[in-house]
Design a protein around this ligand. Structure first.
Ligand SMILES: Cc1cc2nc3c(=O)[nH]c(=O)nc-3n(C[C@H](O)[C@H](O)[C@H](O)COP(=O)(O)OP(=O)(O)OC[C@H]3O[C@@H](n4cnc5c(N)ncnc54)[C@H](O)[C@@H]3O)c2cc1C
Length: 330
């Protein structure tokens, strides 16, 4: 007979099952200590948090632990606690470029989306990682600074944009980066100057075990802020007109191989509109994989692999994924 009871601990439910083997009880105990520790430090923390509802693709399983530190001090506390308990950490912004495994994610998923703030000094514009990129563009223009407008309408945080060197309409965000402040997993803060060659196509010098805290942009003077704001809104409106936000997606799923567009290759391979389960290529852009409503991350991955195989068979080009993966997809 299994005796179990629910303990409500800081709003987090733990099921204590007394017939569990010793190892499993130790795991539950560790979980409670992690949540207690973080909550005590004021960090918003959840166990078994479903990531599907907050991911761009609206698919994927649960995070064993999910926390959203609201300051650099809280972030440092999370990293120190993770090290103390030997728990793996994963960093996300707002998951608009990340596919989450249906099996969920072991360890602590740390969202930097709540680490926000802007500092403006002359033509130096500093944004904390959790600010929305769109807000950063609006605020820079409000402060009579120009440069980022062509990125108007790209969803997600500025942290995610810098780490992935987001780009659109012939502009990569790195073109305006002066330096970045990062935290390494030992909770130490470092300043990385932008040096030539550090960023690549959809890549940055930020390593997998580093967290971007803030980014300083060098922007130009906006002589006409009305025009700059209108330009940014035009780029954003064009995305809406195309239908980019009609279905959940992660934007372009594949990188453009040198000299051509992934979407064009997929289209020419006759794969526009093809679907597996609830995942399909979009009719407005074959490089977008969309969720038609009931997709799983497995559907999305299966479709992406089929696209890679077919395009490779037709052209000899192996498309490389632009989207990042979180959790196990083996
Ligand atoms: C409709 C649509 C259109 C899009 N159009 C474009 C486009 O035109 N151009 C483009 O480049 N992208 C585009 N994207 C993709 C996406 O919006 C961008 O890549 C965005 O910048 C990702 O931000 P995020 O906060 O959601 O990052 P996430 O998806 O949460 O994370 C992306 C990567 O960055 C890492 N990361 C995030 N924050 C941090 C941090 N603070 N420290 C360390 N690592 C971090 C994560 O570990 C992950 O590897 C589009 C997406 C959608 C849904």
């Amino acid at each position: 007979m299994i005796a179990s009871k629910i303990i409500i601990n800081y709003g987090v439910k733990f099921k204590l099952t007394h017939s569990l083997p010793h190892g499993a009880l130790m795991m539950q105990d560790r979980g409670m200590r992690i949540v207690d520790d973080l909550r005590w430090r004021g960090v918003e923390t959840w166990t078994d948090r479903p990531l599907g509802p907050v991911s761009g693709m609206r698919t994927g399983g649960k995070a064993e632990f999910f926390c959203a530190p609201a300051s650099v001090r809280q972030l440092r506390a999370v990293l120190e606690m993770a090290r103390r308990h030997g728990v793996r950490t994963h960093v996300i912004g707002s998951l608009t470029n990340t596919l989450v495994s249906d099996e969920g994610v072991e360890g602590i998923v740390i969202s930097t989306a709540k680490i926000r703030g802007l500092l403006i000094k002359g033509d130096l514009f500093t944004a904390y990682a959790g600010e929305k990129l769109d807000t950063v563009i609006n605020k820079s223009v409000e402060h009579k600074l120009t440069g980022l407008e062509r990125l108007g309408g790209i969803p997600g945080t500025v942290g995610g944009a810098v780490v992935g060197n987001a780009g659109a309409n012939g502009l990569s965000i790195s073109e305006h980066v002066l330096y970045m402040d990062i935290m390494t997993k030992d909770a130490k803060v470092h300043r990385l100057p932008h040096y030539a060659g550090a960023f690549g196509y959809r890549s940055s010098p930020i390593g997998d075990d580093e967290l971007l805290l803030s980014v300083a942009f060098r922007l130009g003077p906006a002589l006409n802020t009305v025009q700059a704001r209108q330009e940014k809104e035009r780029y954003k409106a064009e995305r809406v007109r195309m239908g980019q936000f009609r279905n959940p997606s992660l934007g372009c799923f594949f990188k453009n191989p040198g000299g051509t567009s992934a979407g064009k290759l997929i289209d020419e391979a006759g794969l526009k509109g093809i679907s597996i389960g609830g995942a399909a290529t979009a009719d407005f852009h074959a490089g977008f994989i969309i969720n038609k409503g009931n997709a799983t991350s497995k559907d999305v991955m299966d479709l992406s692999r089929l696209i890679q195989d077919r395009v490779h068979a037709k052209t000899g080009i192996m498309l490389e994924r632009e989207v990042r993966l979180l959790g196990d997809f083996s």
